[in-house]
Ligand binder design. Structure first.
Ligand SMILES: Nc1ncnc2c1ncn2[C@@H]1O[C@H](COP(=O)(O)OP(=O)(O)OP(=O)(O)O)[C@@H](O)[C@H]1O
Ligand SMILES: [Mg+2]
Length: 231
């Protein structure tokens, strides 16, 4: 296993940049980002709209690839990986929570949580059912297992998305503005839940937010401005 990354760092971004080609012009969304994230950190990404938060989360989450620089996840350089290896990494190491929840509308809460588990060959049917039950319980939705997303409130949908992200036992959960579509109180509840899981299970959380109250709950806040870390 190659390992240029700092010991203990679960994510190591070295001179990571991202350029988008847009109508003959080049937009630089990230300029040479250097960032080291420790295992079990509860870290917030702050910064104005367009500063590069989603871009950075997508690069760490292997949803997109950098134009320059390298990213190591648990010591593995992800730039050398094939599409299949990246899909494997996303399935087994990473969990995602999106601003708009991204639940499958025709599936119940329980089935949404179960869905990624069905792709994990190491998890058999019995284990899968236990995991689904456990994580619906963790997010307080055991009574809503058979509800479809449109039969749930926004906060409940976001909790299903969190249960889905956690059920595969990822080492890192990436959450892009997980509270943006929720009222303050519900948003704080979601954050408290994430923090709880972070402390109990040691899962690393990296989340973006515009909300000052949410930032206060983080161990560390990284601020982006125009694609650069400014704090
Ligand atoms: N697919 C794309 N093609 C071209 N430019 C893009 C693309 N995605 C993002 N950008 C540009 O990259 C920059 C960073 O965008 P990004 O979505 O990462 O910002 P953000 O910090 O997440 O903003 P917000 O708080 O509004 O979600 C912006 O200037 C944006 O216009
Ligand atoms: Mg964004």
């Amino acid at each position: 296993m190659e390992n240029n990354a700092e010991p203990g760092a679960i994510v190591e971004a070295q001179a990571v940049s991202k350029e988008y080609a847009l109508g003959g012009q080049t937009v630089t969304a990230l300029h040479e980002i250097w960032l080291s994230i420790e295992k079990s950190e509860f870290m917030a990404l702050a910064g104005p709209s367009g500063s590069g938060k989603s871009t950075l989360l997508n690069l760490i989450g292997c949803i997109d690839t950098p134009t320059g620089g390298t990213i190591h996840i648990e010591g593995h350089d992800i730039s050398g990986k094939t599409a299949d290896e990246l899909a494997d990494l996303r399935l087994n190491k990473l969990g995602f929570v999106f601003q708009t929840f991204n639940l499958l509308p025709v599936l119940s809460a329980q089935e949404n949580v179960e869905y990624p588990l069905m792709q994990q060959s190491s998890v058999d049917k019995k284990m899968r059912q236990e995991r689904v039950r456990h994580y619906l319980n963790v997010v307080g939705l055991e009574r809503y297992a058979h509800h479809r997303p449109n039969e749930l409130s926004g906060g409940q949908r976001q909790r299903v998305a969190i249960a889905r992200a956690l059920a595969t036992h990822p080492s890192i959960v990436l959450a892009d503005e997980p509270t943006a579509n929720l009222d303050h109180k519900t948003g704080e509840g979601i954050l408290t839940l994430m923090k709880d899981i972070n402390q109990k299970e040691g899962t690393t959380f990296i989340f973006s937010t515009h909300d000052a109250k949410v930032m206060q709950m983080a161990d560390r806040v990284i601020e982006l401005t125009d694609g650069r870390i400014t704090k």
